[in-house]
Design a protein around this ligand. Structure first.
Ligand code: NPW
Ligand code: ADP
Ligand code: K
Length: 508
């Protein structure tokens, strides 16, 4: 699914009307109907009590007025508070005329802000994608008044004061909604941690916008939903054998962090790899062999960390990093691996696929000259702290996305920036936000599991780097969701994610 800018969203409205021969008021009615469907599914008239609708002067306010009419017809009690403005949009005026007199309407004045009790239900229809500057004056005052009331707030399309696709200055007035009900496509703002307190839980409702316009519109931003990865996992042919699905090599573990190697290996096996060999420090031999009998194991001459790179010839993909340690001997292994991976494989003529995680990333950060040696299409999986070490501290989430794009294009690699909406950056500058996963996955070892899944999907010779990364990130999050459905989020541990990779991959 694409994510468009606010300006492109306005063009999308126009294109939809032209394509479908719709009046703008008819499109507005669709949006309001979709909102009201969501609302009535969520709150009965009794639960809602007397609803306060805060209404701005543009089409967001128009959506609100239309929704007010539909809600009143469905038996809800409402009062409407209008933000004064020099002019209102034509569709606003249309819906104002249609609002029955039985709905109480009052203008908002500086000295007379609407009363909002803590248990009120407020619909925020002040501003949407037409916000052209940060809120000031009376509009900002209303938003602050609303936020102070700590009432239940549902935003139509976008919390008022929030830009759909760009940061706002610090301390700008922005509505803090519990729910945002938006139309058509997700907005970039919904996916960034800095906006979580404004957006709350969000949902996007289909209002039949022009598919042709969306397909023809260029954007760097994408949202990976089930449809994006459907059918991407190659089928396992009837006469396949373990050699069909690749042989992966994992370089992981150190004293005290053998669990990382065990989890990554488990995930790789559940990810469908044909064969897995792990090269681990000597101290981990019993731990590893007992906990992952399906994997083969090579032990390093060093007991506590890895200091040797095995012969790479047998392998179709290599993962390095989970629990690795940053010992200089392990740095030397990383150096050798990057050097070896710079040459195309004799068998296939392709570069050896690499997954680089955790301490291997930290070693790259402290020896940045090595970044030049990253083979094309290597997949790096930093969490935000690791990414910051690789680049620089970001001013905010939008700046971090810029850094992410720059990094992936400059180094011709794929970067999986992990988080609630993990963002996959590609060498051509696209950013793909993942839709699956939950806060239960914020627990040690979850990232190691992702590395294992990615390693497996890369070792399946058929899956190119981008498809493997997008599918792996999606399936990892989905496995976390399936696991959380059984354990609850608090009780989820990384091993639970491993156990649900199979079912998650079966779904896609
Ligand atoms: N496909 C879809 O998604 C559909 C979208 N639809 C809906 O349309 C909404 C977009 O409507 P919109 O373009 O009229 O903009 P909206 O957000 O109501 O605000 C514009 C008004 O606010 C004003 N204004 C701006 N900034 C301001 C500020 N800081 N302080 C004060 N004033 C400010 C601005 O004035 P100006 O900038 O010209 O001074 C103008 O008067 C969208 O979010 C969705 O709800 C549906 O109806 C149909 C399908
Ligand atoms: N709140 C969250 N919502 C969804 N996914 C999450 C959340 N928190 C963490 N995750 C996922 O869990 C994994 C955590 O990775 P990482 O921080 O590297 O953990 P570790 O180093 O302990 O293995 C990432 O894939 C991340 O996307
Ligand atoms: K709004």
């Amino acid at each position: 699914m694409k994510i468009l800018t606010a300006a492109q969203t306005r063009q999308l409205d126009q294109a939809t009307m032209q394509e479908q021969g719709l009046l703008s008021t008819e499109l507005m009615e669709r949006a309001a109907t979709a909102f009201v469907q969501w609302f009535t599914g969520r709150f009965t008239p009794t639960e809602a009590g007397e609803i306060l609708l805060l209404c701005g002067p543009g089409n967001n306010g128009g959506d609100g007025l239309s929704a007010a009419r539909l809600l009143q017809r469905a038996g809800y009690r409402l009062r409407v508070a209008l933000l004064p403005a020099d002019k209102q949009s034509a569709d606003w005026q249309h819906n104002r005329r249609l609002l029955p007199n039985s709905v109480a309407v009052a203008g908002i004045e500086p000295g007379r802000l609407p009363k909002i009790a803590v248990d009120s239900l407020v619909i925020d229809a002040l501003f949407g994608t037409g916000l052209s500057r940060p809120l000031t004056g009376l509009a900002a005052k209303v938003v602050q008044h609303l936020n102070q009331a700590r009432a239940r707030v549902i935003a139509i399309d976008l919390p008022s004061g929030l830009f759909a696709d760009a940061p706002q200055p610090a301390n700008s007035a922005v509505v803090q909604a519990q729910h945002t009900v938006s139309f058509g496509l997700p907005k970039l703002a919904f996916l960034l941690p800095q906006n979580a307190a404004f957006v709350g839980e969000w949902e996007v409702k289909d209002i039949g916008l022009s598919e042709a316009f969306i397909a023809a519109t260029a954007t760097p931003w994408h949202y990976t939903d089930a449809a994006a990865v459907a059918g991407q996992l190659p089928p396992r042919p009837k006469f396949s054998h373990k050699g069909t699905f690749g042989h992966a090599l994992l370089l992981a573990g150190s004293r005290g962090k053998m669990g990382a190697a065990v989890l990554t290996a488990g995930a790789c096996l559940r990810g469908g790899v044909g064969l897995l060999t792990a090269h681990i420090p000597g101290c981990g031999y019993d731990i590893f062999q007992i906990s992952q009998p399906e994997a083969m194991c090579l032990t390093d001459k060093q007991a506590d960390f890895i200091s040797e790179l095995p012969e790479l010839q047998p392998y179709q993909a290599v993962g390095i990093g989970p629990g690795l340690s940053q010992d200089p001997a392990s740095l030397a292994v990383l150096r050798q691996l990057l050097k070896a991976a710079a040459q195309p494989l004799k068998k296939t003529g392709h570069l050896l696929p690499l997954i680089i995680d955790a301490d291997a990333l930290n070693l790259l950060s402290s020896h940045r000259a090595l970044l030049k040696q990253l083979p094309e299409n290597a997949i790096l999986t930093p969490h935000p702290k690791e990414f910051e070490r690789l680049t620089e501290p970001a001013r905010d989430d939008y700046h971090r996305l810029e850094l992410l794009r720059e990094f992936a294009t400059q180094h011709r690699c794929l970067v999986v920036l992990k988080g609630a909406y993990t963002c996959l950056a590609t060498p051509d500058g696209a950013l793909h936000f993942n839709s699956t996963g939950n806060a239960g996955m914020a627990t040690g070892g979850s990232g190691d599991v992702l590395t294992g899944v990615l390693l497996a999907l890369r070792a399946h010779a058929q899956l190119p780097a981008f498809e493997a990364a997008r599918l792996g990130v999606y399936a990892h999050g989905r496995a976390g969701d399936l696991a959380a459905a059984q354990t609850g989020q608090a009780g989820l541990v990384a091993g639970d994610i491993v156990r649900h990779i199979g079912p998650a991959l079966a779904e896609v």
